[in-house]
Design a protein around this ligand. Structure first.
Ligand code: IPD
Ligand code: CA
Ligand code: CA
Length: 266
């Protein structure tokens, strides 16, 4: 089959299934459900993480049985050599969801031969649907996204999150966070990496940094930023491999170097 047709088909499917999973999460939000701890303190999983993931993965396996997947709760599929691989976070922002904070998303990316070719981040409470296809732009519902034009870090608003193992202070993240705060700019912590990244693409944030994210937190969001004209790298400005647990830096491109200098100043 023609690859671009195969990608288009998967894109339409991803939009459909992210909306379905979002409706499921919205219906469960604020109800009573089981909440458990995974590895690490405060790293929670609810019934709804599992229910949303089951909905997404069973739909993928019916529609595209030959595709592989990497999903947060179930892990990787057995067919690791599949050309298409779905990267699924069925509920990004579980801690918010469990505490009845209405900021969470469904994040779905799809890679073709190791390259992310499409992504969807759906925020059910605001009904904002962020979508992207490589080479075809990024959108919030029907609005085309473009990063904001802020050129000086002093005028920026940025986002960040801390990993669940914050108490170990990996890569001096507490000190790095303070260095950014010390510049006197607004720093927001939504607790939902996929939404933080979508906000950079949408020009709501000028940038976002974090010491460690998983592929399912960022596959869709990073492509949104690239297609909206922003920049994605590790803290040194090098190529970021989403499977390699590198620290991540994203921005509108204009403040990238300045942001990098702040993070790399001892
Ligand atoms: C978490 C969120 C959070 C980030 C964590 C992620 P989860 O995802 O995206 O913002 O700081 O590193 O694990 O557990 O809510 O899917
Ligand atoms: Ca996540
Ligand atoms: Ca999750």
């Amino acid at each position: 089959m023609d690859t671009s047709l195969a990608i288009q088909e998967r894109f339409s499917f991803a939009v459909h299934i992210a909306l379905q999973a979002g409706y499921l999460l919205k219906a469960g939000f604020g109800t009573s459900f089981s909440i458990q701890e995974k590895e690490g303190r405060h790293n929670l999983v609810t019934d709804y993480d599992h229910r949303s993931e089951e909905l997404i993965l069973s739909s993928i396996s019916k529609a595209f049985p030959e595709d592989g997947f990497l999903a947060e709760e179930r892990g990787a599929s057995k067919n690791t050599s599949a050309a298409f691989e779905w990267i699924v976070d069925p509920l990004d922002g579980t801690v918010n969801f469990a505490h009845t904070i209405p900021v969470f998303s469904v994040s779905i990316g799809c890679r073709w031969k190791g390259e992310t070719v499409l992504g969807v981040v759906y925020q059910p409470i605001t009904q904002e649907l962020f979508t992207v296809q490589k080479g075809k732009g990024a959108y919030r519902n029907v609005a085309k996204l473009a990063v904001i034009l802020t050129t000086s870090f002093n005028d920026a608003i940025v986002g960040s999150v801390f990993p669940y193992y914050l108490a170990e202070d990996p890569l001096y993240c507490i000190q790095k966070f303070s260095s950014v705060l010390a510049r006197g700019v607004p720093v927001r912590r939504l607790g939902v990496a996929s939404i933080d990244l979508a906000y950079v693409a949408d020009g709501r944030f000028d940038g976002f940094f974090e010491v460690s994210l998983q592929p399912w937190d960022m596959a869709a969001g990073l492509l949104l930023i690239e297609e909206a004209g922003g920049k994605v790298s590790d803290w040194q400005g090098n190529h970021l491999d989403i499977t390699s647990d590198q620290p991540i830096l994203t921005s509108n491109g204009h403040i990238h170097r300045e942001f990098q200098e702040i993070l790399n100043t001892p």
